[in-house]
Ligand binder design. Sequence first.
Ligand code: MV4
Length: 536
Amino acid sequence: MATSPSSRSRDRAAAAAAGAPPRPGVSPIHKVLVANRGEIAIRVMRACRDLGIGTVAVYSDCDRPAPHVRYADEAYHLGGSPAAESYLRIDRLLDVAHRAGADAVHPGYGFLAENEDFAAACHHAGLVFIGPGPDAIALMGSKTAAREAARAAGVPVVPGTDGPLAPGLSEAEVAELAGRVGYPLLVKAVAGGGGKGMRTVAHPADLAAAVRAAMSEAGSAFGESAVYFERKLLRPRHIEIQLLADAYGTVVPFVERECSIQRRHQKVIEESPSMVVTADLRRRLAASAAAVARAVGYTSAGTIEFLVDEDGSFYFLEMNTRLQVEHPVTEMVTGVDLVQWQVRVAQGEPLTVDAESVLRPNGHAIECRIYAEDADHNFMPSPGRILCLHAPAGPGIRRDSGVEAGFEVPIFYDSMISKLVAWGETRQQAIARMRRALSEYEVRGIKTTIPFFQWILGTEEFHAGAFDTTSLDRILAERKGQPFVEAPHAAADLAVVATALRAWFRAQRAATATVSAPTTASPSAWRQAARLEGRR
Ligand code: MV4
């Protein structure tokens, strides 16, 4: 295995023999196991390939034909389709890393990305975990410990309890704490994040029931029922700061991402920069984010989430100790490859991105998360085989996708099929390009949220940038289930005709080769071919 210290020194010796000067603290990574699937697995492998590093994919039963498997240099089976039998199996992942001779592991996002046991297990197995240390993951996994770290670093946190509610408090004592925090308040799970185990309490009379409900939900979701209180901000924006940190204490914060357009705590659209962030607020958000990261000795890519109030005051919310889904919008406005830097700092390179330039956005970027869901039926998952896929392209368009025509979107995982990102010199141009790209995008065989995005991008609220974290749920409710209509596709009809023609000529050729073929196309044969193709 190319992972032991002795093999690393062998690598350095080999590099020196080849004439490359040894760089202090740098242990080159040669092969990365990507412990994930879909678009993010491919995204990570692309960064590796750009760096000349080998890639190892892993897959579950249903992912045997998945694009990330074919993209990799080599691929290994993990187990059954449920994540608990495959992508969450630390033992099998380490076994694959050993068999493949990988010297590093990238967890992507989701699955084991924020599991400190996995990061520690990689270290113990002599593998470089391309992410933060297990201590930082564990600390930020506790929302109350994270609040305390932010507060100690001089970063504002939303007024609330100092730590978790102590077990065994009387109802009167809990009510007394809540009264000091103030109403309306949120009961939040210490182990939470992403809205699970969270309850709003508007009146003291509802407190006890909300605490019980939140504790029970947190207990079953996270195996830890502890909760704490925060004053509830009424119409906050969700604004986050991406950062990179190396092993030598350099922390570089980036221009913000605006992520207020969410549905049931799932981000739907992200953009950079935010319409409401001034240059001055940007500097203060960035300095606060960097202060939190430094305070916990953070390394790798990470994100500090803030809530920003109407008056421009901001509060630390939580830290994501992983590469995030929406990292491409930051890449588009800064030109920095965040994943490549994750790999480079993991092999001990010092961070050399220009801190001033990554705080100044070049143009504007918007991302739509495209899901295999039926927006007309309450965003129900729409798994199934993709029969036809035409990807948008052209100026300013980036598509990070994990699927292709012929692939069956599994029911077992998150149903995001791609991220469509548009860049423009201005927000207006980015919006126009996104709408153009959405109109070019054709996916047959499953329902997708493309028509839903066509609608949102046409709303006045979106154009004005006049939205907060509560806006989407409200404007969706106002539509009262009117269907999201798909733009008509001249190209789709053309594709059907072209496919039918090709099939017909193929049949003709086959017929000519055996028996005597008819020399003219009868209209009924054309129709027959079109029907046959359309049914597949
Ligand atoms: C809040 C809040 C208002 N006040 N905390 C939701 C998920 C979790 N990450 C934190 N969340 C919130 N915390 C206080 N003190 C409002 C939300 C919230 C929210 C935050 C970000 C994006 C979308 C949201 C949707 C509803 C509520």
